[in-house]
Design a protein around this ligand. Structure first.
Ligand code: AHR
Length: 614
Protein backbone atom coordinates (compact mmCIF):
# COMPACT_ATOMS: atom_id res chain seq x y z
CA UNK A 1 0.00 0.00 0.00
CA UNK A 2 1.18 3.51 -0.73
CA UNK A 3 0.32 6.29 1.70
CA UNK A 4 0.46 9.84 0.40
CA UNK A 5 0.12 12.96 2.48
CA UNK A 6 -1.06 15.65 0.04
CA UNK A 7 -0.64 18.38 2.63
CA UNK A 8 3.04 17.67 3.29
CA UNK A 9 5.55 19.58 1.22
CA UNK A 10 8.52 17.66 -0.16
CA UNK A 11 11.40 18.99 -2.17
CA UNK A 12 10.83 21.56 -4.89
CA UNK A 13 11.60 20.20 -8.35
CA UNK A 14 13.25 22.66 -10.71
CA UNK A 15 11.97 22.95 -14.29
CA UNK A 16 15.53 22.30 -15.40
CA UNK A 17 15.78 19.01 -13.46
CA UNK A 18 15.95 16.68 -16.49
CA UNK A 19 18.12 17.48 -19.47
CA UNK A 20 20.09 15.86 -22.25
CA UNK A 21 23.79 15.19 -22.66
CA UNK A 22 25.08 15.70 -26.18
CA UNK A 23 28.51 14.29 -26.84
CA UNK A 24 30.11 14.07 -30.27
CA UNK A 25 30.47 10.30 -29.94
CA UNK A 26 29.07 7.65 -32.30
CA UNK A 27 29.19 10.34 -35.04
CA UNK A 28 26.53 12.31 -33.24
CA UNK A 29 27.67 15.57 -34.89
CA UNK A 30 29.15 15.06 -38.39
CA UNK A 31 27.05 12.41 -40.10
CA UNK A 32 24.43 13.01 -37.41
CA UNK A 33 22.85 16.12 -35.92
CA UNK A 34 24.89 18.45 -38.14
CA UNK A 35 22.99 18.43 -41.44
CA UNK A 36 26.04 18.51 -43.76
CA UNK A 37 25.74 15.61 -46.23
CA UNK A 38 29.34 15.57 -47.52
CA UNK A 39 31.84 13.62 -45.45
CA UNK A 40 35.37 15.05 -45.11
CA UNK A 41 34.34 18.20 -46.96
CA UNK A 42 37.64 19.98 -46.39
CA UNK A 43 39.97 17.02 -47.09
CA UNK A 44 41.32 17.23 -43.54
CA UNK A 45 40.87 13.58 -42.52
CA UNK A 46 44.20 12.17 -41.40
CA UNK A 47 45.74 8.97 -40.16
CA UNK A 48 46.25 10.93 -36.93
CA UNK A 49 42.49 10.81 -36.46
CA UNK A 50 42.08 7.16 -37.37
CA UNK A 51 44.50 4.65 -38.81
CA UNK A 52 42.18 3.92 -41.70
CA UNK A 53 41.82 7.56 -42.81
CA UNK A 54 43.52 9.49 -45.58
CA UNK A 55 42.76 13.04 -46.78
CA UNK A 56 40.69 11.40 -49.51
CA UNK A 57 38.54 9.26 -47.21
CA UNK A 58 34.97 9.21 -48.55
CA UNK A 59 36.19 10.65 -51.87
CA UNK A 60 37.11 9.01 -55.19
CA UNK A 61 38.91 10.84 -57.93
CA UNK A 62 38.22 10.17 -61.58
CA UNK A 63 41.20 11.44 -63.56
CA UNK A 64 43.97 13.11 -61.59
CA UNK A 65 43.59 14.89 -58.32
CA UNK A 66 45.57 15.07 -55.12
CA UNK A 67 45.26 16.63 -51.72
CA UNK A 68 47.78 19.42 -51.25
CA UNK A 69 48.97 21.24 -48.14
CA UNK A 70 50.92 24.27 -49.29
CA UNK A 71 50.89 28.05 -49.25
CA UNK A 72 48.06 28.11 -51.76
CA UNK A 73 45.65 26.89 -49.07
CA UNK A 74 42.30 28.52 -48.34
CA UNK A 75 43.47 29.79 -44.94
CA UNK A 76 45.87 28.87 -42.15
CA UNK A 77 43.21 26.98 -40.20
CA UNK A 78 42.16 24.88 -43.18
CA UNK A 79 45.40 23.30 -44.34
CA UNK A 80 44.46 20.87 -47.11
CA UNK A 81 42.72 21.35 -50.41
CA UNK A 82 42.17 19.23 -53.49
CA UNK A 83 44.04 20.00 -56.67
CA UNK A 84 42.20 18.63 -59.71
CA UNK A 85 43.56 18.56 -63.26
CA UNK A 86 41.48 19.63 -66.27
CA UNK A 87 38.72 17.15 -67.10
CA UNK A 88 38.98 15.34 -63.74
CA UNK A 89 36.24 14.95 -61.16
CA UNK A 90 35.83 13.97 -57.53
CA UNK A 91 32.93 12.10 -55.92
CA UNK A 92 31.81 12.03 -52.31
CA UNK A 93 30.13 9.01 -50.72
CA UNK A 94 28.55 10.76 -47.71
CA UNK A 95 27.86 8.78 -44.52
CA UNK A 96 26.43 5.30 -44.01
CA UNK A 97 25.15 4.15 -47.41
CA UNK A 98 25.63 7.54 -49.04
CA UNK A 99 24.07 10.94 -49.43
CA UNK A 100 20.42 10.87 -48.55
CA UNK A 101 17.95 12.96 -50.56
CA UNK A 102 14.17 13.10 -50.72
CA UNK A 103 12.19 13.63 -53.88
CA UNK A 104 11.02 17.23 -54.29
CA UNK A 105 13.29 18.62 -51.56
CA UNK A 106 15.88 21.37 -52.16
CA UNK A 107 19.61 20.92 -51.53
CA UNK A 108 22.22 23.66 -51.42
CA UNK A 109 25.63 22.95 -52.88
CA UNK A 110 28.62 25.18 -52.19
CA UNK A 111 32.34 24.98 -52.79
CA UNK A 112 35.40 27.13 -52.34
CA UNK A 113 37.33 27.03 -55.62
CA UNK A 114 40.45 28.60 -57.09
CA UNK A 115 40.74 28.30 -60.85
CA UNK A 116 41.16 30.49 -63.91
CA UNK A 117 38.11 32.66 -64.56
CA UNK A 118 35.96 30.96 -67.17
CA UNK A 119 36.50 27.46 -65.71
CA UNK A 120 33.28 25.47 -65.47
CA UNK A 121 32.53 23.17 -62.54
CA UNK A 122 29.91 20.53 -63.28
CA UNK A 123 28.07 19.27 -60.22
CA UNK A 124 25.92 16.13 -60.27
CA UNK A 125 23.93 14.10 -57.77
CA UNK A 126 23.35 10.49 -58.66
CA UNK A 127 23.11 6.98 -57.27
CA UNK A 128 23.67 3.58 -58.89
CA UNK A 129 20.30 3.88 -60.66
CA UNK A 130 21.14 7.22 -62.28
CA UNK A 131 20.56 10.90 -61.75
CA UNK A 132 18.97 12.26 -58.57
CA UNK A 133 18.76 15.89 -59.74
CA UNK A 134 19.44 17.99 -62.79
CA UNK A 135 23.18 18.58 -63.14
CA UNK A 136 24.36 22.11 -62.41
CA UNK A 137 27.13 24.10 -64.05
CA UNK A 138 28.99 26.59 -61.89
CA UNK A 139 31.09 29.26 -63.59
CA UNK A 140 34.32 30.32 -61.91
CA UNK A 141 34.37 34.11 -62.14
CA UNK A 142 37.38 35.12 -60.05
CA UNK A 143 40.98 34.03 -60.14
CA UNK A 144 41.55 33.62 -56.37
CA UNK A 145 39.69 31.51 -53.82
CA UNK A 146 35.94 32.25 -53.93
CA UNK A 147 32.78 30.54 -52.77
CA UNK A 148 30.39 29.28 -55.44
CA UNK A 149 26.87 27.96 -54.93
CA UNK A 150 24.23 25.94 -56.75
CA UNK A 151 20.84 24.54 -55.79
CA UNK A 152 19.36 21.12 -56.54
CA UNK A 153 15.84 19.73 -56.35
CA UNK A 154 15.89 15.97 -55.87
CA UNK A 155 13.93 14.14 -58.55
CA UNK A 156 14.01 10.84 -56.65
CA UNK A 157 14.40 9.66 -53.08
CA UNK A 158 17.62 7.81 -52.34
CA UNK A 159 19.87 7.11 -49.40
CA UNK A 160 22.78 6.01 -51.58
CA UNK A 161 23.50 9.26 -53.41
CA UNK A 162 26.90 10.48 -54.58
CA UNK A 163 27.92 14.10 -55.17
CA UNK A 164 30.38 14.66 -58.02
CA UNK A 165 32.26 17.84 -58.90
CA UNK A 166 34.11 17.92 -62.23
CA UNK A 167 36.21 20.73 -63.60
CA UNK A 168 36.84 21.85 -67.19
CA UNK A 169 40.26 23.22 -66.23
CA UNK A 170 42.78 22.79 -63.43
CA UNK A 171 41.11 23.76 -60.16
CA UNK A 172 41.70 23.82 -56.42
CA UNK A 173 38.66 22.83 -54.35
CA UNK A 174 37.90 23.04 -50.65
CA UNK A 175 34.83 22.96 -48.35
CA UNK A 176 32.73 20.97 -50.80
CA UNK A 177 29.32 21.05 -49.16
CA UNK A 178 25.75 19.88 -49.69
CA UNK A 179 23.09 20.87 -47.19
CA UNK A 180 19.38 20.12 -47.14
CA UNK A 181 17.49 23.44 -47.39
CA UNK A 182 15.07 21.95 -44.91
CA UNK A 183 17.19 22.09 -41.74
CA UNK A 184 15.75 22.32 -38.23
CA UNK A 185 13.93 25.68 -38.09
CA UNK A 186 15.47 26.43 -41.50
CA UNK A 187 18.59 27.72 -39.79
CA UNK A 188 21.75 28.26 -41.86
CA UNK A 189 24.59 25.83 -41.17
CA UNK A 190 21.79 24.00 -39.44
CA UNK A 191 20.79 20.73 -37.88
CA UNK A 192 19.18 17.62 -39.27
CA UNK A 193 15.50 18.21 -38.78
CA UNK A 194 14.33 14.76 -37.69
CA UNK A 195 17.09 14.46 -35.09
CA UNK A 196 16.70 17.97 -33.68
CA UNK A 197 12.93 17.47 -33.46
CA UNK A 198 13.49 14.36 -31.38
CA UNK A 199 15.48 16.42 -28.90
CA UNK A 200 12.82 19.12 -28.93
CA UNK A 201 10.08 16.54 -28.24
CA UNK A 202 11.80 15.64 -24.99
CA UNK A 203 11.42 19.23 -23.70
CA UNK A 204 14.76 18.98 -21.92
CA UNK A 205 15.50 21.44 -19.16
CA UNK A 206 19.14 21.75 -20.20
CA UNK A 207 21.66 20.62 -22.80
CA UNK A 208 25.06 19.48 -21.51
CA UNK A 209 27.59 19.68 -24.36
CA UNK A 210 29.96 18.94 -26.11
CA UNK A 211 31.22 15.90 -24.02
CA UNK A 212 32.36 13.81 -22.08
CA UNK A 213 35.75 12.44 -22.80
CA UNK A 214 35.69 14.56 -25.93
CA UNK A 215 36.47 17.58 -23.75
CA UNK A 216 39.19 16.41 -21.40
CA UNK A 217 41.34 14.34 -23.72
CA UNK A 218 44.10 15.34 -26.11
CA UNK A 219 46.63 18.11 -25.93
CA UNK A 220 45.48 21.30 -24.26
CA UNK A 221 47.48 23.33 -26.80
CA UNK A 222 45.76 25.56 -29.28
CA UNK A 223 45.61 25.27 -33.05
CA UNK A 224 48.25 27.71 -34.22
CA UNK A 225 51.51 27.97 -36.06
CA UNK A 226 53.31 28.34 -32.73
CA UNK A 227 52.06 24.98 -31.53
CA UNK A 228 52.51 23.28 -34.89
CA UNK A 229 48.88 23.13 -35.98
CA UNK A 230 48.03 20.51 -33.39
CA UNK A 231 45.64 17.69 -34.09
CA UNK A 232 44.34 15.64 -31.14
CA UNK A 233 43.91 18.76 -29.06
CA UNK A 234 41.17 18.95 -26.46
CA UNK A 235 37.82 20.42 -27.48
CA UNK A 236 38.33 24.18 -27.24
CA UNK A 237 35.32 26.32 -27.93
CA UNK A 238 37.15 29.05 -29.87
CA UNK A 239 38.02 26.45 -32.53
CA UNK A 240 34.32 25.96 -33.17
CA UNK A 241 32.92 29.41 -33.95
CA UNK A 242 33.08 31.82 -36.87
CA UNK A 243 32.93 30.97 -40.59
CA UNK A 244 32.93 27.17 -41.02
CA UNK A 245 35.84 27.28 -43.46
CA UNK A 246 37.96 28.77 -40.67
CA UNK A 247 37.07 26.18 -38.03
CA UNK A 248 40.15 23.98 -37.88
CA UNK A 249 39.00 20.36 -37.83
CA UNK A 250 40.32 18.13 -35.06
CA UNK A 251 40.89 14.52 -34.14
CA UNK A 252 38.35 13.13 -31.77
CA UNK A 253 39.03 10.77 -28.88
CA UNK A 254 36.35 8.49 -30.29
CA UNK A 255 38.49 7.79 -33.34
CA UNK A 256 37.21 10.11 -36.02
CA UNK A 257 37.53 13.66 -37.27
CA UNK A 258 35.27 16.48 -36.14
CA UNK A 259 34.60 19.33 -38.55
CA UNK A 260 33.26 21.62 -35.79
CA UNK A 261 30.55 22.68 -38.25
CA UNK A 262 28.36 22.01 -35.25
CA UNK A 263 30.10 24.25 -32.76
CA UNK A 264 29.42 26.40 -29.74
CA UNK A 265 27.24 28.91 -31.57
CA UNK A 266 25.08 26.11 -32.92
CA UNK A 267 24.84 24.44 -29.48
CA UNK A 268 23.73 27.70 -27.90
CA UNK A 269 21.25 28.27 -30.73
CA UNK A 270 19.82 24.76 -30.33
CA UNK A 271 19.46 25.22 -26.56
CA UNK A 272 17.62 28.48 -27.14
CA UNK A 273 15.39 26.97 -29.85
CA UNK A 274 14.19 24.20 -27.58
CA UNK A 275 13.93 26.36 -24.48
CA UNK A 276 16.70 24.53 -22.62
CA UNK A 277 19.46 25.90 -20.43
CA UNK A 278 22.86 25.64 -22.17
CA UNK A 279 25.42 23.83 -20.03
CA UNK A 280 28.89 23.77 -21.61
CA UNK A 281 31.82 21.73 -20.32
CA UNK A 282 35.35 23.13 -20.63
CA UNK A 283 38.63 21.26 -20.17
CA UNK A 284 40.40 21.76 -16.82
CA UNK A 285 43.95 20.91 -17.92
CA UNK A 286 43.77 17.42 -16.55
CA UNK A 287 43.23 14.76 -19.15
CA UNK A 288 41.01 11.84 -18.30
CA UNK A 289 39.39 8.87 -19.97
CA UNK A 290 42.44 6.64 -19.99
CA UNK A 291 44.93 9.48 -20.59
CA UNK A 292 45.01 10.58 -16.93
CA UNK A 293 47.62 13.30 -16.98
CA UNK A 294 47.80 16.62 -15.19
CA UNK A 295 49.15 19.34 -17.45
CA UNK A 296 51.63 21.49 -15.54
CA UNK A 297 51.84 24.70 -17.47
CA UNK A 298 50.83 27.88 -15.71
CA UNK A 299 50.69 29.97 -18.87
CA UNK A 300 48.51 27.40 -20.59
CA UNK A 301 46.25 27.19 -17.55
CA UNK A 302 45.86 30.97 -17.54
CA UNK A 303 44.99 30.88 -21.23
CA UNK A 304 42.28 28.25 -20.67
CA UNK A 305 40.86 30.22 -17.75
CA UNK A 306 40.76 33.32 -19.94
CA UNK A 307 39.10 31.27 -22.70
CA UNK A 308 36.41 30.29 -20.21
CA UNK A 309 35.81 33.93 -19.27
CA UNK A 310 35.67 34.74 -22.98
CA UNK A 311 33.13 31.96 -23.45
CA UNK A 312 30.85 33.57 -20.89
CA UNK A 313 31.28 36.88 -22.72
CA UNK A 314 30.54 35.17 -26.04
CA UNK A 315 27.29 33.80 -24.57
CA UNK A 316 26.15 36.75 -22.50
CA UNK A 317 28.25 39.82 -23.27
CA UNK A 318 26.98 42.96 -24.96
CA UNK A 319 27.56 43.34 -28.70
CA UNK A 320 30.10 45.99 -27.85
CA UNK A 321 32.31 43.47 -26.04
CA UNK A 322 34.99 41.57 -27.98
CA UNK A 323 33.28 38.16 -27.80
CA UNK A 324 29.72 39.41 -27.70
CA UNK A 325 30.49 41.11 -30.99
CA UNK A 326 31.55 37.80 -32.52
CA UNK A 327 28.22 36.27 -31.43
CA UNK A 328 26.40 39.18 -33.05
CA UNK A 329 28.42 38.78 -36.23
CA UNK A 330 27.31 35.17 -36.37
CA UNK A 331 23.70 36.33 -36.32
CA UNK A 332 22.72 36.51 -32.64
CA UNK A 333 23.06 39.95 -31.08
CA UNK A 334 20.90 38.97 -28.11
CA UNK A 335 22.59 37.05 -25.29
CA UNK A 336 22.20 33.30 -24.85
CA UNK A 337 21.66 33.57 -21.08
CA UNK A 338 24.34 31.20 -19.88
CA UNK A 339 23.94 30.53 -16.15
CA UNK A 340 25.93 27.31 -15.52
CA UNK A 341 29.31 26.13 -16.70
CA UNK A 342 31.07 22.85 -15.95
CA UNK A 343 34.83 22.74 -15.54
CA UNK A 344 36.34 19.34 -16.35
CA UNK A 345 34.85 15.94 -16.98
CA UNK A 346 35.41 12.76 -15.00
CA UNK A 347 38.97 13.58 -13.96
CA UNK A 348 40.33 10.69 -11.98
CA UNK A 349 43.25 12.65 -10.55
CA UNK A 350 41.16 14.44 -7.93
CA UNK A 351 43.85 16.55 -6.28
CA UNK A 352 45.35 17.70 -9.58
CA UNK A 353 41.92 18.46 -10.96
CA UNK A 354 40.85 20.32 -7.90
CA UNK A 355 43.93 22.54 -7.78
CA UNK A 356 43.07 23.70 -11.30
CA UNK A 357 39.31 23.82 -10.76
CA UNK A 358 39.74 26.27 -7.87
CA UNK A 359 41.61 28.68 -10.13
CA UNK A 360 38.89 28.50 -12.77
CA UNK A 361 36.22 29.04 -10.14
CA UNK A 362 37.99 32.00 -8.55
CA UNK A 363 38.39 33.74 -11.91
CA UNK A 364 34.80 33.08 -12.98
CA UNK A 365 33.30 34.14 -9.67
CA UNK A 366 35.38 37.32 -9.61
CA UNK A 367 34.04 38.44 -12.97
CA UNK A 368 30.69 36.66 -13.17
CA UNK A 369 29.44 36.02 -9.60
CA UNK A 370 26.03 34.84 -10.86
CA UNK A 371 27.39 31.93 -12.87
CA UNK A 372 27.20 28.51 -11.19
CA UNK A 373 30.52 26.72 -11.63
CA UNK A 374 30.08 22.95 -11.64
CA UNK A 375 32.88 20.70 -10.47
CA UNK A 376 33.09 16.95 -10.83
CA UNK A 377 33.81 13.80 -8.92
CA UNK A 378 35.53 11.63 -11.48
CA UNK A 379 34.07 8.31 -12.54
CA UNK A 380 32.04 6.74 -9.76
CA UNK A 381 34.42 3.94 -8.90
CA UNK A 382 32.66 3.47 -5.55
CA UNK A 383 36.06 3.94 -4.00
CA UNK A 384 38.85 6.26 -3.07
CA UNK A 385 38.99 8.49 -6.16
CA UNK A 386 35.32 9.29 -5.97
CA UNK A 387 35.37 9.75 -2.20
CA UNK A 388 38.47 11.95 -2.33
CA UNK A 389 36.91 14.08 -5.05
CA UNK A 390 33.71 14.50 -3.08
CA UNK A 391 35.59 15.44 0.06
CA UNK A 392 37.56 18.08 -1.82
CA UNK A 393 34.34 19.46 -3.26
CA UNK A 394 32.70 19.59 0.16
CA UNK A 395 35.69 21.21 1.81
CA UNK A 396 35.79 23.91 -0.85
CA UNK A 397 32.02 24.47 -0.61
CA UNK A 398 31.50 23.86 -4.29
CA UNK A 399 27.99 24.69 -5.51
CA UNK A 400 27.39 21.63 -7.63
CA UNK A 401 29.23 18.40 -8.41
CA UNK A 402 28.87 16.26 -11.52
CA UNK A 403 28.55 12.49 -11.00
CA UNK A 404 28.71 9.80 -13.68
CA UNK A 405 27.84 6.13 -13.54
CA UNK A 406 26.83 3.36 -15.91
CA UNK A 407 25.59 0.20 -14.22
CA UNK A 408 23.42 -2.90 -14.39
CA UNK A 409 19.62 -2.73 -14.18
CA UNK A 410 19.92 -4.50 -10.85
CA UNK A 411 22.20 -1.78 -9.51
CA UNK A 412 19.68 0.89 -10.50
CA UNK A 413 16.87 -0.99 -8.78
CA UNK A 414 18.91 -1.57 -5.64
CA UNK A 415 20.24 1.98 -5.36
CA UNK A 416 17.05 3.97 -5.54
CA UNK A 417 17.91 5.35 -2.10
CA UNK A 418 21.39 6.59 -3.11
CA UNK A 419 20.65 10.26 -2.52
CA UNK A 420 18.46 9.82 0.57
CA UNK A 421 21.59 10.00 2.71
CA UNK A 422 23.42 12.81 0.85
CA UNK A 423 24.33 15.82 2.96
CA UNK A 424 21.53 18.37 2.62
CA UNK A 425 24.01 21.16 3.29
CA UNK A 426 26.73 19.97 0.95
CA UNK A 427 27.19 20.61 -2.77
CA UNK A 428 24.20 19.92 -5.00
CA UNK A 429 24.41 17.05 -7.47
CA UNK A 430 24.47 17.28 -11.23
CA UNK A 431 23.99 13.72 -12.44
CA UNK A 432 25.61 14.46 -15.79
CA UNK A 433 25.78 10.89 -17.13
CA UNK A 434 23.95 7.78 -16.05
CA UNK A 435 22.44 4.77 -17.75
CA UNK A 436 21.92 1.11 -17.23
CA UNK A 437 23.81 -1.02 -19.70
CA UNK A 438 21.30 -1.46 -22.49
CA UNK A 439 18.49 -0.02 -24.58
CA UNK A 440 15.91 -2.72 -23.86
CA UNK A 441 12.59 -2.24 -22.10
CA UNK A 442 14.00 -3.56 -18.80
CA UNK A 443 16.69 -0.84 -18.94
CA UNK A 444 14.11 1.88 -19.39
CA UNK A 445 12.08 0.42 -16.54
CA UNK A 446 15.04 0.25 -14.16
CA UNK A 447 15.99 3.84 -15.03
CA UNK A 448 12.41 5.01 -14.49
CA UNK A 449 12.40 3.40 -11.06
CA UNK A 450 15.73 5.05 -10.30
CA UNK A 451 14.51 8.45 -11.44
CA UNK A 452 11.80 8.36 -8.79
CA UNK A 453 14.70 8.32 -6.33
CA UNK A 454 16.30 11.32 -8.05
CA UNK A 455 13.05 13.18 -7.93
CA UNK A 456 12.39 12.32 -4.29
CA UNK A 457 15.76 13.95 -3.62
CA UNK A 458 15.22 16.96 -5.84
CA UNK A 459 16.53 19.19 -3.06
CA UNK A 460 19.97 17.60 -3.62
CA UNK A 461 19.87 16.32 -7.20
CA UNK A 462 19.36 19.46 -9.21
CA UNK A 463 20.10 18.29 -12.75
CA UNK A 464 20.16 14.85 -14.36
CA UNK A 465 20.93 13.74 -17.90
CA UNK A 466 20.96 10.27 -19.38
CA UNK A 467 24.00 9.65 -21.55
CA UNK A 468 24.83 9.91 -24.41
CA UNK A 469 22.13 11.34 -26.67
CA UNK A 470 22.89 9.88 -30.12
CA UNK A 471 24.34 6.92 -31.97
CA UNK A 472 24.73 6.52 -35.71
CA UNK A 473 24.12 2.78 -36.09
CA UNK A 474 27.11 2.31 -38.39
CA UNK A 475 29.68 4.13 -36.25
CA UNK A 476 29.14 3.03 -32.66
CA UNK A 477 31.80 3.51 -30.00
CA UNK A 478 29.54 3.61 -26.97
CA UNK A 479 26.29 2.04 -25.89
CA UNK A 480 23.70 2.61 -24.54
CA UNK A 481 22.45 5.74 -26.29
CA UNK A 482 19.14 7.54 -26.28
CA UNK A 483 18.39 8.06 -29.99
CA UNK A 484 19.59 5.90 -32.87
CA UNK A 485 19.80 6.89 -36.51
CA UNK A 486 21.39 6.30 -39.91
CA UNK A 487 21.61 8.62 -42.90
CA UNK A 488 17.85 8.67 -43.55
CA UNK A 489 15.97 7.44 -40.46
CA UNK A 490 15.96 7.81 -36.67
CA UNK A 491 14.35 5.79 -33.91
CA UNK A 492 13.89 6.04 -30.16
CA UNK A 493 15.18 3.68 -27.50
CA UNK A 494 12.98 2.51 -24.65
CA UNK A 495 15.15 4.76 -22.47
CA UNK A 496 14.13 7.73 -24.65
CA UNK A 497 10.47 7.10 -23.87
CA UNK A 498 11.27 7.08 -20.16
CA UNK A 499 13.22 10.32 -20.36
CA UNK A 500 10.42 11.88 -22.38
CA UNK A 501 7.84 10.82 -19.83
CA UNK A 502 9.78 12.44 -17.01
CA UNK A 503 10.83 15.57 -18.94
CA UNK A 504 7.34 16.24 -20.23
CA UNK A 505 5.84 15.88 -16.77
CA UNK A 506 8.19 17.64 -14.39
CA UNK A 507 6.34 18.23 -11.15
CA UNK A 508 6.58 21.31 -8.97
CA UNK A 509 7.11 19.54 -5.67
CA UNK A 510 7.62 16.08 -4.30
CA UNK A 511 4.61 14.78 -2.39
CA UNK A 512 6.06 12.62 0.38
CA UNK A 513 4.81 9.06 0.38
CA UNK A 514 5.48 5.81 2.18
CA UNK A 515 4.97 2.29 0.97
CA UNK A 516 4.39 -0.98 2.77
CA UNK A 517 4.51 -4.48 1.44
CA UNK A 518 7.21 -3.70 -1.11
CA UNK A 519 8.76 -6.95 -2.29
CA UNK A 520 12.17 -7.78 -0.88
CA UNK A 521 14.89 -9.46 -2.85
CA UNK A 522 14.58 -13.22 -2.46
CA UNK A 523 15.59 -16.26 -4.41
CA UNK A 524 18.80 -16.97 -6.24
CA UNK A 525 20.83 -13.94 -7.11
CA UNK A 526 21.66 -13.91 -10.76
CA UNK A 527 23.97 -11.44 -12.36
CA UNK A 528 26.67 -10.89 -14.85
CA UNK A 529 30.32 -10.03 -14.71
CA UNK A 530 31.49 -7.51 -17.23
CA UNK A 531 34.97 -7.23 -18.62
CA UNK A 532 35.23 -3.91 -20.27
CA UNK A 533 37.91 -2.19 -22.23
CA UNK A 534 37.93 0.89 -24.27
CA UNK A 535 40.50 3.24 -25.70
CA UNK A 536 42.69 0.22 -26.32
CA UNK A 537 42.39 -3.44 -27.18
CA UNK A 538 42.54 -6.25 -24.65
CA UNK A 539 42.92 -9.94 -24.05
CA UNK A 540 41.57 -11.80 -21.03
CA UNK A 541 42.47 -15.13 -19.50
CA UNK A 542 41.59 -17.07 -16.33
CA UNK A 543 38.65 -15.04 -15.11
CA UNK A 544 37.55 -16.14 -11.64
CA UNK A 545 34.78 -14.61 -9.58
CA UNK A 546 34.07 -15.71 -6.05
CA UNK A 547 31.65 -14.49 -3.44
CA UNK A 548 32.71 -13.24 -0.03
CA UNK A 549 32.75 -16.79 1.31
CA UNK A 550 35.03 -17.97 -1.44
CA UNK A 551 32.36 -19.86 -3.38
CA UNK A 552 33.08 -19.82 -7.08
CA UNK A 553 30.50 -17.84 -8.99
CA UNK A 554 32.23 -17.94 -12.34
CA UNK A 555 35.41 -19.32 -13.71
CA UNK A 556 36.65 -19.30 -17.29
CA UNK A 557 40.10 -20.06 -18.60
CA UNK A 558 38.88 -19.65 -22.18
CA UNK A 559 39.82 -23.16 -23.16
CA UNK A 560 36.28 -23.78 -24.43
CA UNK A 561 33.97 -21.53 -26.38
CA UNK A 562 33.02 -17.98 -25.45
CA UNK A 563 29.28 -18.48 -25.65
CA UNK A 564 28.65 -17.29 -22.10
CA UNK A 565 30.17 -13.90 -22.94
CA UNK A 566 28.50 -11.16 -24.90
CA UNK A 567 29.90 -7.81 -25.87
CA UNK A 568 28.42 -4.45 -26.66
CA UNK A 569 29.91 -1.44 -28.38
CA UNK A 570 32.64 -1.50 -30.97
CA UNK A 571 35.05 -4.39 -31.21
CA UNK A 572 34.89 -8.09 -32.00
CA UNK A 573 36.00 -10.74 -29.57
CA UNK A 574 37.08 -14.33 -30.11
CA UNK A 575 38.83 -17.16 -28.32
CA UNK A 576 42.40 -17.35 -29.56
CA UNK A 577 45.06 -19.61 -28.01
CA UNK A 578 43.06 -20.04 -24.83
CA UNK A 579 42.49 -16.32 -24.36
CA UNK A 580 39.53 -14.07 -24.99
CA UNK A 581 40.87 -11.48 -27.39
CA UNK A 582 39.59 -8.32 -29.04
CA UNK A 583 40.34 -8.95 -32.69
CA UNK A 584 39.57 -5.79 -34.62
CA UNK A 585 42.34 -3.51 -33.51
CA UNK A 586 42.01 -1.01 -36.33
CA UNK A 587 38.34 -0.33 -35.76
CA UNK A 588 37.15 3.10 -34.75
CA UNK A 589 37.35 2.27 -31.09
CA UNK A 590 41.15 2.29 -31.17
CA UNK A 591 41.73 5.74 -29.83
CA UNK A 592 44.52 6.11 -27.35
CA UNK A 593 47.34 3.83 -26.54
CA UNK A 594 47.29 2.46 -23.02
CA UNK A 595 51.07 2.22 -23.12
CA UNK A 596 51.09 -1.01 -21.13
CA UNK A 597 50.75 -4.34 -22.83
CA UNK A 598 51.75 -6.54 -19.89
CA UNK A 599 49.50 -9.07 -18.24
CA UNK A 600 48.14 -8.09 -14.84
CA UNK A 601 46.17 -9.88 -12.17
CA UNK A 602 42.96 -8.15 -11.27
CA UNK A 603 41.20 -9.00 -8.09
CA UNK A 604 37.57 -9.31 -9.07
CA UNK A 605 35.14 -9.14 -6.19
CA UNK A 606 31.43 -9.22 -6.51
CA UNK A 607 29.46 -7.46 -3.84
CA UNK A 608 25.95 -8.81 -3.40
CA UNK A 609 23.41 -9.06 -0.65
CA UNK A 610 22.28 -12.62 -0.33
CA UNK A 611 18.79 -12.84 1.14
CA UNK A 612 18.19 -16.50 0.35
CA UNK A 613 19.21 -19.02 -2.21
CA UNK A 614 22.71 -19.27 -3.53
O1 AHR B 1 29.21 8.87 -22.32
C1 AHR B 1 30.35 8.28 -22.81
C2 AHR B 1 31.54 8.57 -21.95
O2 AHR B 1 31.33 8.06 -20.68
C3 AHR B 1 31.79 10.03 -21.71
O3 AHR B 1 32.54 10.59 -22.70
C4 AHR B 1 32.54 10.03 -20.41
O4 AHR B 1 32.35 11.21 -19.69
C5 AHR B 1 32.06 8.80 -19.72
O5 AHR B 1 33.12 8.04 -19.30
Amino acid sequence: AITVDPTAKGAKIDDTMYGVFFEDINRAADGGLYAELVQNRSFEYSTDDNKSYTPLTSWTVDGTGQVVNDDGRLNARNRNYLSLTAGSSVTNAGYNTGISVEEGKRYDFSVWARAAAGTTLTVTLQDADGSLATARQVAVTKSGWAKYKAGFTATRTSSAGRLTVGSSAAAALDMVSLFPRDTYRNEPNGLRKDLAEKIEALHPGFVRFPGGCLVNTGSMEDYSEASGYQRKRSYQWKDTIGPVEERATNSNVWGYNQSYGLGYYEYFRLSEDIGAMPLPVVPALVTGCGQNKAVDDEALLKRHIQDTLDLIEFANGPVTSEWGKKRAQMGHPKPFHLTHIEVGNEENLPEAFFARFKQFRAAIEAKYPDITVISNSGPDDAGTTFDTAWQLNKDAKVDMVDEHYYNSTQWFLQNNDRYDSYDRNGPKVFLGEYASWGNAFKNGLAEAAYMTGLERNADVVKLASYAPLFANEDYVQWQPDLIWFNNHAAWNSANYEVQKLFMNNVGDRVVPSTATGTPSLTGPITGAVGLSTWATTAAYDDVKVTDAEGNSLLSDDFSGDASKWTHTGGGSWAIQDGQYVQTDVAAENTMVSAGDTNWHDYDLKVKATKKSGK
